[in-house]
Design a protein around this ligand. Sequence first.
Ligand code: UFG
Length: 321
Amino acid sequence: KALKLVVTGGAGYVGSVCTARLVEAGHEVVVVDDLSTGHADAVHPAARFVEGDAAETAETLLAEGFDGVLHFAAKSLVGESMQDPGKYWRGNVLTSLRLLDAMRAHGTPRLVFSSTAATYGEPEQSPIPETAPTLPTNTYGATKLAIDHAITTYARAHGLAAVSLRYFNVAGAYGGFGERHATETHLIPIVLQVATGDRDQVQIYGEDYPTDDGTAVRDYIHVADLADAHLLALEHATAGEHQIYNLGNGTGFSVRQVIEACRGVTGHPIPAAVAPRRAGDPAVLVAASDRAREDLGWKPERADLAGIVSDAWAFTQTRRG
Ligand code: UFG
């Protein structure tokens, strides 16, 4: 059944790809984005675009009657969240609370929320299941966890059908939509900037982690696989329940392995230099996503790292061309 949906943050990286997949699946999408980090030309042409703050816009827009909200709009720089926590508590928690209240006021039944692996902090076990303790090590993760808690109670009290998806390391591109941040902190786009000549070398943040090659290990998930989980979450959302799912491939790759994959895809030597660890970075973050597989019937189709990098590379090149 075609749904009428609001997508906050639909001009951003993950939001733009999800909008594309939703539109392709026949859903009617209104994108709300304040363009603080997103790009107007990243909004899928088949979606209606309203420029503005997610909460403020939702407070009036939802009166039109919608089947659900996918809430991507957020501040998401871990380093900045430690320097300017208020920006994250207001921008993430306050905005989400207002959105929840607006959904309640207008009877919007479904919510899919972008949560994060950062809610777990430094994990005690690997891969990480949803039952793992949530002890975030940075403000960004703490704000996303606070919102998850709020959603749980709103679902129970008010009958909201809610799903939180905890993303691990999202990468790749889809349908002409990809990652392009003014402040880039993510490993794969940074490494690809060396291949395009926009950067001289990549810095490896720490080579003394307790991993096979000493560099940090992450679970890279293709943004289109991630988007597919959102479509399944919409279908499986149940009134009065808040379901939480990790989204990752269950396989970790080290910083050095990622750089090597980028060398293979681009044919560029990509010089790398070892630098100190980045504050707050866990050694290993790998997802146990069995719950999403079992409950949602989700199955990542693009788990191969070279494939993920190659899609990111194609996007980087078209953006330059
Ligand atoms: N790294 C480098 N050099 C760089 C950039 C990154 O060595 O120039 C390393 C990081 O130290 C880390 C790994 O590459 O070990 C991945 O770093 P990213 O910044 O790409 O991603 P993170 O794992 O730090 O964080 C990402 C999102 C967060 C989210 C987290 C959850 O940015 O929002 O995944 O796993 F919380």
